[in-house]
Design a protein around this ligand. Structure first.
Ligand code: PLP
Length: 377
């Protein structure tokens, strides 16, 4: 017997491949694509998304840590994988064993990697990370030539790339990003003028790809755009959006019970909603234990029979309530969309993000482990 919860996240891999194709259409033909599948592919499932990305022509996969890279190797994926977020020295043994590449920001770590490679009789691929404005991982651009001089002597190290990360490519104001890109260019040029080999350079996240064609360089690293949301938030705006992107995840459930409640009935914990008319209130088997942010209480809509219905009362761990008084013919087990499409109506991940003051990335990553992912292919 298979047991299937009513509350599921439906993942449309065709939409995912479509989005990758749309990104490809913005690039010069020689530019490579690293599909970013960190954080379990932003909640969509790393293995199916990684496989779909490779089918659709991605050249590289990007993950955040060693475990995520190893998970992909276990699934039989032998494409190049970059652990973008770097690793700890004691993880280098496994990194090399599983044939993963990592980012490096300093010489001692590069030396440790090479030593470890020597003991395994393997070379280890690295991408040199340059900090051009995140204040996070990476070395100063000025330190690059000195680093390269030393790194070239490390026999078991293979410098595959040089990269940086953009902090603000989603803003209408472009100066900061242009500054970041120019610092990367200067770093690359400093190698060229010293006659050193220049590895593949990359910088662009989704916003960079859309808004800064000059950021494409030799490879781009799309994440959120592959999942079909543009990550709109209060701080950001996408001057050049790509409207043909399709949202990959739909979060759905079904009505568990419908209660007829008179005017003046308090709903859910601490009576944060009181019916202002005789109402039909439906209970849904989804709550913050599934990742439905509690700050969405009394502050979100769902779709039932192709119409919007407001969520009412405090969202509980396992359940929440919606007001279906205005939905004609509503019945138990009717499909309910938390985000996604139903009939002609749509609720986007961005809408949900905006309502609880976050970004689409966090909404997607927070869809809980308890919610089965169902794949449409
Ligand atoms: C997460 C990440 C990306 C992808 O960013 P999106 O905004 O989701 O496109 C690219 N590069 C690095 C280094 C990242 O950590």
């Amino acid at each position: 017997m298979t047991i299937q919860r009513a509350t599921v996240a439906q993942i449309n891999l065709n939409a995912f491949r479509h989005n990758l194709g749309r990104i490809r259409s913005l690039l010069e033909p020689q530019v490579k694509i690293m599909a970013v599948v960190k954080a379990d592919a932003y909640g969509h499932g790393a293995i199916p998304c990684a496989k779909a990305a490779l089918e659709a022509g991605a050249d590289w996969l990007g993950v955040a840590n060693l475990e995520e890279g190893v998970e992909l190797r276990y699934s039989g994926i032998d494409a190049p994988i970059l652990v973008m977020g770097s690793i700890f020295p004691d993880e280098s043994k496994n990194l090399i064993q599983y044939g993963l590449s990592t980012s490096v920001s300093d010489l001692p770590f590069a030396q440790e990697l090479s030593r470890q490679g020597e003991t395994q009789n393997k070379t280890v691929g690295v991408h040199i990370k340059i900090d051009t404005g995140m204040g996070r991982l990476g070395m100063c651009p000025e330190d690059l030539p000195g680093f390269m001089e030393q790194a070239q002597k490390l026999k078991n190290l293979r410098v595959e790339g040089i990269f940086t990360h953009l902090s603000s490519a989603d803003e209408a104001e472009k100066d900061f990003t242009l500054g970041q890109l120019s610092r990367l260019s200067q770093a690359v040029d400093s190698l060229r003028t010293k006659g050193m080999a220049v590895p593949m350079a990359h910088a662009a996240n989704s916003s960079g790809i859309l808004n800064f064609p000059d950021s494409h360089r030799d490879m781009v690293r799309p994440g959120i755009a592959l999942y079909g949301t543009l990550g709109l938030s209060g701080e950001s705006s996408h001057p050049n959006t790509l409207p043909e992107l399709r949202q990959v995840m739909q979060w759905k459930t079904k009505i568990l019970q419908i209660s007829k409640l008179p005017k003046g009935t308090p709903l859910s914990y601490n009576r944060q909603f009181i019916t202002d008319r005789d109402s039909l209130i439906a209970t849904l088997p989804v709550g913050y234990g599934d990742g439905l942010n509690r700050s969405l209480s009394n502050n979100m809509d769902v779709l039932v029979q192709g119409q919007r219905a407001p969520q009412v009362g405090t969202i509980c761990m396992d359940l929440c309530l919606i007001d279906v008084t205005d939905i004609e013919g509503v019945q138990c087990e009717d499909e309910v969309i938390l985000f996604g499409q139903q009939g002609n109506a749509t609720i986007t991940v961005d809408e949900m993000a905006e309502r609880c003051d976050t970004i689409s990335y966090e909404i997607l990553c927070n869809v809980g482990k308890r919610v089965p992912r169902i794949y449409l292919d």
